[in-house]
Design a protein around this ligand. Structure first.
Ligand code: SF4
Length: 439
């Protein structure tokens, strides 16, 4: 099929309420257990392909992927992409917006689409393979699927309470069960790749991450963008500074998963040593080929603290000129969403956030960060306020149950003022008791 330049431009116009997305032609996302999807945002229960049974190329040209491509070209909204459509309907940019914006230059590939939706030219421009769930942190927003630390803690907890540990997710590594070695499968795509995304688990402690870096160097592929989500707890691999692995790459972007500073950081992302993390940020600040961004998840665990965190980062100059701040709103589990706060707490948080948003724009900055980033983070505070007040999902019973389930390993949450308030004001005696008995 051939498409005119005009048709292609129409397809890519991400602002329009469209169905087209470039990802199913140029991108694949693979989880540590081998499940493989057109991107990390699809509805995972609508598509079932695994590297255990098929190669990446076979998955790329499987029936569901072919139908998805044809639907996109025919203006049909395939349910696989329901999340993007939902986000766009609420008026916000979706992952599709990002896809068509950042990778639209490769749109000519759609001319290679066969009548059945398959594509003979299998060339990945954007690679997102989660090699394993190896991780040294147990974040409240995560679980055993993506963290071996979570697996270990759940096991220890079960054993301490005389229960059998039967998590289906233990250590999970793609290459332990792939039909063909995953790095071998990626090798032909490296030369023309535009971006490789490393996340996990924690990519900076994974062997396969370094194997891929070595392969990229060997093939002299040093211009492809290396993008990471990392807890930045560690800057060495086998006693060698990680920068030694990065020094020849021209474009590295670290999305640092940081939701809080100090003690609160360890409460939300269990395993954080704030002093080490701060030192690691300082170590990387001077390197010109590394961009350092703050990638924060916003939930009831840090909505009261997020401006304190930004103040600390700015006051301690833990930024560069191109540093960017991302606020990812936690939607699930529902009790952790900022919509799940009682009205008077929302009112208090809204006032704090809007005060800060106004004041930060006029503050004298004695650091490098750009005014674009400051304006952006200021406007993001209003997005948080709008989202928080859009609906009411507060339920004291589920608040109690979810906190006990997710934060069972600590009682530090009791020091968070609005948690203390909710617990004392709203959680009934019955649920307090249930809370104590919950495992
Ligand atoms: S439309 Fe959204 S969910 Fe679908 S492939 Fe593109 S980015 Fe992924």
């Amino acid at each position: 099929m051939k498409y005119s330049d005009e048709q292609k431009a129409d397809f890519l116009d991400a602002v329009k309420d469209g169905s087209f997305c470039i990802f199913p032609w140029i991108h694949m996302y693979t989880e540590p257990d081998g499940r493989t999807f057109p991107c990390c945002t699809v509805e995972q229960d609508t598509i079932n392909e695994n590297t255990k049974d098929k190669t990446l190329e076979e998955i790329f040209n499987s029936d569901d992927w072919n139908k998805l491509r044809l639907d996109m070209l025919n203006g049909i909204k395939n349910p696989i992409c329901r999340r993007c459509h939902g986000v766009e309907e609420s008026g916000s940019p979706s992952y599709r917006t990002f896809a068509n914006g950042d990778f639209g230059q490769y749109v000519d590939i759609i001319d290679e689409t066969n009548d059945d939706g398959s594509v003979d030219k299998f060339k990945l421009k954007y690679i997102d393979v989660r090699f394993s769930n190896q991780c040294n942190f147990a974040c409240a927003s995560c679980g055993p699927v993506f963290s071996t630390k979570w697996v270990q803690m759940a096991k220890e907890n079960a054993e301490a309470n005389g229960r059998t540990f039967n998590s289906q997710h233990k250590y999970s590594k793609i290459n332990n069960h792939s039909k063909v070695d995953i790095i071998k499968q990626l090798e032909p795509h490296l030369k023309d790749s535009h971006q490789i995304y490393f996340a996990g688990g924690e990519p900076l402690i994974m062997d396969d991450h370094y194997k891929l870096l070595e392969l990229l160097e060997e093939k002299k592929v040093t211009d492809t963008k290396l993008r990471y989500n990392t807890n930045l707890s560690n800057l060495y691999y086998k006693k060698k500074p990680i920068y030694e692995y990065w020094k020849n790459f021209n474009n590295i972007e670290l999305g640092m998963s940081i939701d809080a500073v100090g003690e609160r950081a360890n409460l939300i992302r269990h395993g954080t040593n704030w002093n080490i993390l701060e030192e690691n940020i300082k170590t990387l600040l001077p390197y010109e080929n590394i961009r350092l961004n703050y990638d924060s998840t916003i939930s009831i665990l840090n909505i009261d603290h997020i401006t304190t965190m930004y103040d600390y980062i700015l006051e301690h100059n833990l930024v560069k000129e191109d540093t960017w701040f991302t606020t990812n709103i936690a939607y699930t589990p529902t009790p952790f969403s900022i919509t799940s706060l009682p009205p008077e707490v929302k009112k208090d948080m809204s006032e704090r956030l809007s005060r800060w948003a106004e004041q930060i724009k006029t503050r004298d900055m004695h650091n490098n960060v750009s005014h674009y980033a400051i304006d952006d983070i200021s406007s993001k505070m209003y997005n948080l306020i709008n989202f928080m007040n859009e609906k009411d999902t507060f339920d004291p019973k589920y608040f109690a149950i979810e906190i006990s389930y997710k934060l069972w390993y600590t009682d530090k949450w009791k020091e968070i003022p609005h948690f203390k308030y909710i617990y004392e004001t709203y959680v009934s005696k019955e649920h307090k008791q249930r809370w104590l008995n919950e495992e």
